[in-house]
Write a protein that binds this ligand. Structure first.
Ligand SMILES: Cc1ncc(COP(=O)(O)O)c(C=O)c1O
Length: 456
C-alpha cells in the first residue's frame, strides 16, 4: 500500500511542480485513443507500476490542464495541494456522508463549511445548504425546493424567468424537473449584459394577467459569458412584491464576496432565497464541489425528505443533527467538505481573499493592456475576472472575417500548448474570453496570452 501510495503521490507532485512547462492542453482523436486503450476486460492481473506507467503515457497526457497558469478558457479549476490531499483522505476513509449516525464528524465538518459560506454571502442563521457535485446540481436543487414551496409538490404549472445570459444548467434543470420550454421566459439584458428589471417586471405582470403562475427568477451573480452581475437589489424587491422565489446563480462569482471589490459587485446577494456556489471554481477545490445555500434551510428538507423502512435506524431526532441525504438528491454521498475544510484551515481565509483579489488585479491589468493596444478591442468592461475582447486589425470591419481571424487565433494558441482561452458570442459578435481565476497565474502569464493575439 505504501509503495503504491508513494508512487502515486510522487507522480502528482511532479505534475504540480512541472505544470507551467507542460502544454496547457493535449488532445487526440478517438482512433488514436482506441489504438492505445481499447482492449477486453483484463483476464490477468498486472503490476501497479506497469499500470501507472500506462496511465502516465497513454491516458493522463491527453487532457486539458485546467489548473495550468495559462489556462484562461471556460472557467478554470485550480485546486491547491491541501485540497487534493483532503479529497484523497475523503476517498481513502470511504466516508459515507448520507446519515449523521454514520458520519457525525464529517457531517459536522460539512455544517461548519456551509456556515462559513453562509457568513460570506451575508445570509441569516436560518440559512443552510448542502454540498453537491457542482453548479448544475445546485441550480436543480434550488429549483426543486422553490417549486415545492411555491407551487406544491409535482406541479409544473409555474413560470420561470432567466436572462439571456443564464447558464445552460438552469434551462436543463427546468427541463429535467418537467417544466415545459414555454414556461421559461428569457429576459433581455442591458449593454452590460445585466438582466433588464423593467422587462422582467413586464413579463411577470403580463404572465400573471394571462393566468400563468410566475414563481422562480434566476439572477446571475457572475455570468459565465462576461462575469456580469444582475441588479440583485432591484430584482429582489420585485420578487418580494410578487411573492416569487429568487435564486442567484453565483456558481462562478460567489466567492468573490470574500473581497471588497467582490462584495461591491455582488451587492444584494444576501437578499435572495437561494444561492448556487461552486467551490471547485473560485475556492480552489478539485472537481467536484458545488453548493446550494437556501435562506430557510427547512425548505430543502421539506422538498427532499423521504423515510423508507430500511433507513429508520438512521433517522435523526430533532433539528440539531442532520442526515444530509434528507436535504438533497443523493443518498450515498462522499464528503466534499473535508477538502474545503482542510485547505481553508491550512491557508486561512485571508490567503483566499488575497488570491481572489490578485485575480481581479490581473483582470484589470489585462483590460488596461487591451484598451491600450492598437490591435485588440475590448468588447465589454471586465467584471469579476472575465475579460471579453477580440483581435481587430486596422481596417478589418467585416464581422465574418473578424470571426474567422479570432477563431483561428484561439485554435493556434491552443495548438501551441502555450495557453488557452475560449470564445463566446456577445450581441452577435464572436468574443475571445479570458477568465483569470488561477492562484498561480502571473502578470507574465496573462500578458503572454494577450501578446499572442496582438502579434499573430
Ligand atoms: C454561472 C454558472 N452556473 C452554473 C454552472 C454549472 O456549474 P458546474 O459545471 O459545476 O455544474 C457554471 C459552470 O461554469 C456557471 O458558470
Amino acid at each position: 500500500m505504501q509503495e503504491m501510495g508513494y508512487r502515486a503521490i510522487d507522480l502528482l507532485v511532479e505534475r504540480f511542480a512541472t505544470l507551467g512547462e507542460q502544454p496547457v492542453i493535449q488532445t487526440a482523436s478517438k482512433e488514436e485513443m482506441e489504438l492505445s486503450l481499447h482492449e477486453p476486460p483484463p483476464a490477468e492481473p498486472s503490476s501497479f507500476d506497469d499500470l501507472l506507467d500506462r496511465l502516465t503515457t497513454d491516458v493522463l497526457p491527453f487532457m486539458s490542464r485546467g489548473d495550468h497558469p495559462r489556462f484562461f478558457a471556460y472557467i478554470p479549476t485550480s485546486p491547491t495541494w491541501p485540497s487534493v490531499i483532503g479529497d484523497l483522505l475523503a476517498t481513502g476513509f470511504n466516508i459515507y456522508q448520507g446519515a449523521w449516525v454514520e458520519s457525525a464528524g464529517p457531517s459536522e465538518v460539512e455544517l461548519v463549511v456551509i456556515d462559513w459560506f453562509r457568513q460570506w454571502v451575508g445570509y441569516p442563521d436560518t440559512a443552510g445548504g448542502i454540498l453537491l457535485s457542482g453548479g448544475s446540481a445546485a441550480n436543480m436543487t434550488a429549483l426543486a425546493a422553490a417549486a415545492d414551496e411555491k407551487l406544491g409538490p409535482r406541479s409544473h404549472a409555474g413560470t420561470i424567468y432567466v436572462s439571456t445570459q443564464a447558464h445552460s444548467s438552469v434551462l436543463r434543470a427546468a427541463r429535467v424537473l418537467g417544466f415545459p420550454a414555454e414556461h421559461v421566459r428569457i429576459i433581455p439584458v442591458d449593454d452590460d449584459f445585466r438582466m433588464r428589471v423593467d422587462e422582467l417586471e413586464r413579463a411577470i405582470t403580463e404572465d400573471s394577467r394571462e393566468g400563468c403562475r410566475p414563481f422562480f427568477v434566476v439572477a446571475n451573480a457572475g455570468t459565465t459569458n462576461t462575469g456580469s452581475v444582475d441588479p440583485l437589489v432591484e430584482i429582489a424587491a420585485l420578487c418580494a412584491e410578487h411573492g416569487l422565489w429568487l435564486q442567484a446563480d453565483a456558481a462562478y462569482g460567489g466567492f468573490a464576496a470574500l473581497t471588497e471589490r467582490g462584495q461591491h459587485a455582488l451587492h444584494g446577494l444576501s437578499l435572495v432565497d437561494s444561492i448556487t456556489l461552486d467551490p471547485h471554481k473560485w475556492l480552489y477545490q478539485p472537481l467536484e464541489a458545488g453548493c446550494c445555500l437556501v435562506r430557510d434551510r427547512e425548505l430543502l428538507r421539506k422538498s427532499f425528505y423521504i423515510a423508507p423502512d430500511y433507513l429508520r435506524d438512521a433517522e435523526v431526532a430533532g433539528d440539531r443533527e442532520i442526515n444530509f441525504s434528507d436535504v438533497g438528491i443523493q443518498l450515498s454521498r462522499r464528503s466534499r467538505a473535508l477538502k474545503i475544510w482542510l485547505s481553508l484551515q491550512y491557508f486561512s481565509v485571508d490567503a483566499y481573499r488575497s488570491t481572489i483579489d490578485r485575480c481581479l488585479d490581473l483582470t484589470a491589468l489585462a483590460q488596461d493592456y487591451v484598451r491600450e493596444s492598437q490591435r485588440l478591442e475590448l468588447l465589454v468592461p471586465a467584471t469579476l475576472g472575465v475579460l471579453c475582447f477580440r483581435c481587430r486589425p486596422d481596417g478589418m470591419e467585416d464581422e465574418a472575417e473578424l470571426e474567422r481571424l479570432n477563431g483561428r487565433l484561439v485554435s493556434a494558441l491552443m495548438d501551441s500548448g502555450r495557453g488557452m482561452v475560449s470564445t463566446t458570442v456577445l450581441e452577435g459578435r464572436r468574443a475571445v474570453r479570458l477568465c483569470v481565476l488561477n492562484h498561480s497565474s502571473t502578470e507574465d502569464d496573462v500578458l503572454e496570452v494577450l501578446r499572442f493575439f496582438e502579434e499573430n
